[in-house]
Design a protein around this ligand. Sequence first.
Ligand SMILES: C[S@@+](CC[C@H](N)C(=O)[O-])C[C@H]1O[C@@H](n2cnc3c(N)ncnc32)[C@H](O)[C@@H]1O
Length: 285
Amino acid sequence: MSYKNHIASIVSSKYILGDSLIELKKLKDHSVDMVFCDPPYNLQLSKTLYRPDATKVSGVNDDWDKFNNFQDYDIFTKTWLSEIKRILKPDGCLWVIGSYHNIYRIGYILQNLNFWILNDIIWRKTNPMPNFKGTRFTNAHETLIWAANTKCSKYTFNYQTMKQLNDNKQMRSDDWLINICSGKERLKDTKNKKLHNTQKPEELLLRVILSSTKPGDLVLDPFFGTGTTGVVCKKLGRKFIGIEKNATYIKEAKKRILNVKKIKSNEIKLLNKKISKKININSIL
Ligand SMILES: C[S@@+](CC[C@H](N)C(=O)[O-])C[C@H]1O[C@@H](n2cnc3c(N)ncnc32)[C@H](O)[C@@H]1O
């Protein structure tokens, strides 16, 4: 991508502070190439969780994750997914990430809306939170559904690039082994506590965006949080629209993205740990 196009792509990216159920209605039909959604999980946590040493576990107890019941969650999901269907280009694609709490409900609803599932991908967490009480298996993965707008969509898949990112072997859907977001990448608040409970790792978004978009494509994220989608879009020369209803999150996302630069193809190594030395991905940057 030329420098001029790169600048144009940054200028045309957009942040929207507001409720996606309202803001999505304002976006034009068939106007975006890809949508990445990391919606509320509806975890239904009712009690505080403690470790064996009596310290409190910082779980996802945010108001944005609270719904009265499954029916309310399903109505919410159907509302935003229907808008996404309208906004996506006919050859566009959708990614949704979730856990066992919500991903089956979302999958059912999106199939009923005639999205066409291409893969379900397992993000296996290298450093998951343990099951402190020992009452179940450790919950150590999240699932991503990748779906085309319809069965006939000519969606983008950068097959060769993903193969190169995987030591020249076809990339599989069942073993995206990636750390949960930690260290320097994790945004902190003024008390040095994590700013957001569910900030996603850039390495995960790298695979999502690199595999299914072209340079200059427009990516929409209606649950923008700390702006991980925007960070990776900017690094890869893609445009984005981020919608987020929490003013602090979107303010911090803007600050975070302001400091990001588009990467060169040889720097992709910094974003992906499992890399072939022979990689040449100029064509998709
Ligand atoms: C699972 S988090 C997304 C985290 C994000 N992917 C990241 O890496 O930081 C879901 C986000 O959606 C936001 N949210 C929930 N309901 C919303 C709505 N109706 N409209 C806009 N944002 C919403 C929450 O405030 C929260 O930040």
